[in-house]
Design a protein around this ligand. Sequence first.
Ligand code: PAF
Length: 299
Amino acid sequence: MKIIRTPRSMTAWSEGLRREGVTIGFVPTMGALHDGHRSLIRAARLQCDALVVSIFVNPTQFAPTEDLTKYPRPIAKDRALCRAEGVDVCFEPTARAMYPEGFQTTVTVPALARRWEGAARPHHFSGVATVVTKLFGMVQPHLALFGRKDYQQTALVRQLVKDLNLGVAILVRPTVRERDGLAMSSRNVYLSPHERRMAPLLFRSLQTGRQIIEGRKSDVATIERIMQQTIEQEPAIHVEYLAVCDPDSLEPLSAVAARAVLLGAIRIGSIRLIDNLLVNMSGRKVTTQVFRLTAEDCT
Ligand code: PAF
């Protein structure tokens, strides 16, 4: 496995392969890789000829009060996982290379970033949209993979790829969970054993919401109240939001619909956890597309 640190070498590597008709898959990450990342890497490995994983803890998506300096950076472990999964390139740019002096352009996706995580973390999504756009420019992938756990991020990335004609296929893969339902996240390592025991309540509350919708028994306000009550069993958890939303616009639904996404964020002590569940009763199954990409598909 090759480790590439500069944007220029990254692009040169990709351009060389593209000229030969090789398809490039890309998994952008901030490191601290877990089984959720592993599932993205494996899916990319199956669908593309060459595979790049970026490891870059992007400072512009953290607020000054957030955990940028504390964010876990187990680089040796991350590289070992990438090597074991057959990754061809680990792209590890420095912050200075990503944001050189004089850098001033940002990418925003205002409507999709307005609510939920965007409201709780005001500059977060412009940081994400900007870094993803830059990484796509440097890596020039045919296909990029994201985890559904960050549902709002995936909606935003799809939109920016479409709006800016970036020509990258986006594949969103299901959330990988611990045995008790907690969505895997690099931030789970911050939870104390006691907090860790409470954490699956978020998933349980979303499951309760989904069951009620599937039973077609209630209105949105009641569903949100029941989801909230499921979590309130544990007074140490603070609910930031639990909402039934349109799965495309992420706007709150006023009536239960055949397609919805349940979005949730909680705080346990100083740790924020997010999760979501899709509901689809329209007959169209929510499945992951499985295909193998050829260079011709992407021209
Ligand atoms: O999901 C993440 O890990 C990050 O938001 C991403 C997409 C790598 C951008 O920094």
